[in-house]
Ligand binder design. Structure first.
Ligand code: GDP
Length: 318
């Protein structure tokens, strides 16, 4: 009964959003077995059922959120508000949906002049690739886009971003390794204004020794950008590596303390069974997942849609 209903939802989802559905393949497979076992059979609702459900969610890296949701479900079961496993399934989905919120599925746009998007994150998270994908996405929407290579601490970072810039056909402002990132930001802001671009996507350094260093660097970059372009940066987005699951959240905490952030780009969601971490990111950090990386190609970036995400996540047929 409920099993079939879930499978039907999965089929609808598969046709509507096959990429996100495919992207979540590993996470789904991990959840599928557990959810199939729990909701696919005619089981009575009892404490044992709820304990098993908690373990299944924990296995998909829902972390503390999974625990909290289960403790709410237990209390509701205790108050006899939940009587069947089908009701538990519906309530579970509602609770997860509420926790995901309604992140805007588009980029902000300054009323006048270039819109500046600052991209932060640790090395290896997928930051450079995400800058390029975002630039590519905006270009495909017919915006004039420019990249700024402000990670001057690693020569490879500028080189890599330059290769991407050539590949997707957008201009890039860069300098040699070791130059003050703020100097690159200054040049980039000037070039963005001079050439009338719609979006300036700014890559930043990923690893600094202390949080104070990180705060100082991001603070300086922001001041320089703001001086040239009022309101800049209009959005600051944090790139997290989905394959690190709950660890990504610990990593993110450092950045949220260093600078205000408007959202997360969750890279490498295609390569992980830990997609459940998406739910705890919003809850633990108070910032929503806005975009997800679904592969290594320039077009492998999409807006995060909470409903499609849950439809893909909670189905039980792989
Ligand atoms: P950075 O050091 O944070 O700038 O990380 P990179 O952008 O260089 O990415 C690190 C590795 O992750 C590269 O091999 C990328 O191709 C890969 N990568 C980045 N985003 C994704 C994604 O969404 N899916 C997959 N499968 N790989 C990704």
């Amino acid at each position: 009964m409920i099993f079939k209903r879930i499978v039907q939802a999965a089929k609808d989802t598969a046709s509507g959003a096959s990429r996100l559905f495919q992207t979540l393949k590993n996470t789904r497979q991990k959840l599928a077995q557990g959810l199939g076992r729990l909701f696919g059979m005619k089981r009575d609702l009892d404490e044992a059922f709820l304990a098993e459900l908690e373990e299944v969610l924990f296995g998909a890296d829902l972390g503390m959120t999974g625990r909290e949701v289960l403790s709410e479900l237990r209390a509701e079961y205790g108050r006899r508000e939940l009587k069947t496993t089908s009701e538990v399934f519906d309530r579970l989905r509602t609770k997860l949906r509420t926790r995901l919120g309604d992140p805007p599925a588009r980029m902000v746009k300054a009323e006048q002049g270039p819109t500046v998007i600052l991209i932060v994150g640790v090395n290896g998270s997928g930051k450079t690739t995400s800058c390029a994908k975002l630039a590519s996405m905006l270009k495909r929407q017919d915006f004039k886009v420019m990249l700024a290579a402000c990670d001057t601490y690693r020569a490879a970072a500028t080189e890599q971003l330059s290769i991407w810039a050539d590949r997707i056909g957008v201009p890039i402002v860069k300098q040699k390794e070791g130059v003050d990132p703020a100097a690159v930001a200054y040049d980039a802001a000037a070039a963005a204004l001079a050439t009338g671009v719609d979006y300036l996507v700014v890559d930043t350094a990923g690893r600094l020794h202390t949080r104070e260093d990180l705060m100082a660097q991001l603070g300086k970059l922001k001041r320089i950008l703001e001086k040239k372009i009022p309101g800049a940066p209009h959005e600051s987005l944090l790139v997290l590596d989905a394959t690190t699951g709950q660890n990504a959240i610990r990593q993110a905490e450092q950045f949220t303390r260093a600078t205000p952030l408007q959202g997360v780009i969750l890279a490498k969601l295609d390569g992980t069974a830990r997609g459940g971490a998406v739910i705890s990111i919003k809850e633990r950090l108070g910032i929503p997942v806005r975009l997800v990386g679904t592969g290594e190609k320039p077009e492998d970036l999409e807006w995060f849609d909470p409903d499609r995400f849950l439809d893909a996540l909670l189905q039980t047929e792989s």
